[in-house]
Design a protein around this ligand. Structure first.
Ligand code: NAP
Length: 221
């Protein structure tokens, strides 16, 4: 597939790009002008733009089979970030997909999206704005999947011993998952038709047996 990956300079985004390449996909990276990419993906096709640049987004997404969204407001004293990036930024990416005919979107959101009473909301009501972004996708008419990870870690070793707990919406509250595994979940969603139209929560730990996303979803109540 030809995949666009937005937020490709982020710690989850660049891993999504690496995992996509490892599975033989062609990739286009969407970043800001100031974004820095790791060397592993620096030679890939890149589109540097702001998320409100409709023409730029349309050009980047043209001829892609799917968009993987890993943009997210970085912690900052600017409390408008979550509204601008996690809600409006996601909306503008969805709108561009509709204009240019990209039908498949996978969005990295967060456990507890939509919850008002949560300490993370001290940063610009981020969980509320993430839910607004998710809802735009739900209402888009596109083939979408939302991946909601728990707390993200940089762990890269012994991941083959780490099982993933996949659940439906609002079933998990805490626990963590390495960004590498979130990236793999995003790519796995693309080859898992029963992930379409679903919010899937993911955390991991070494005591869980490995399970495919497809089988896990089949067991959702
Ligand atoms: N941290 C956690 O424990 C946690 C838990 C659950 C979910 N999440 C969510 O998971 C996703 C990935 O998290 P992460 O920590 O891997 O991400 P990250 O490293 O913070 O990367 C964020 C990405 O979004 C981009 N971005 C930020 N502001 C932007 C803007 N105004 N316009 C365009 N792009 C912008 C960044 O670009 P630059 O490189 O240019 O800044 C970067 O590529 C985020 O949505 C995050 O909220 C995080």
């Amino acid at each position: 597939m030809k995949l666009a990956i937005s937020g490709a300079s982020g710690k989850t985004g660049y891993r999504i790009a690496e995992e996509a390449l490892a599975e033989g996909h062609e990739i286009k990276l969407i970043t800001r002008k100031s974004s820095e990419l790791p060397t592993t993906i620096r030679d890939q096709e890149r589109f540097a733009l702001e998320l409100d640049n409709e023409k730029g987004l349309d050009t980047a997404l043209d001829s892609c089979d799917a968009l993987l969204i890993a943009t997210g407001a970085r912690p900052s004293i600017d409390l408008t970030g979550p509204a601008r990036i996690d809600a409006l930024g996601v909306k503008s990416q969805i709108a561009s997909c509709k204009r240019v005919g990209v039908k498949r979107i996978v969005l990295v959101s967060s456990l507890c999206a939509g919850r008002w009473q949560h300490p993370l909301n001290l940063f610009g009501l981020i969980l509320i704005w993430k839910r607004v972004g998710e809802r735009s996708l739900e209402e888009s008419g596109l083939d979408w999947t939302v991946i909601r990870p728990g707390g993200l870690s940089e762990k890269e070793d012994n991941l083959s011993n780490e099982g993933i707990l996949f659940t439906g919406q609002d079933k998990q509250e805490d626990a963590t998952i390495p960004r590498r595994l979130v990236a793999r979940c995003c790519i796995e969603a693309l080859r898992t038709p029963n992930s379409i139209g679903r919010i899937i929560e993911v955390t991991s730990n070494s005591e869980l047996d490995p399970v495919t996303m497809k089988d896990a979803i089949a067991g959702f109540s």
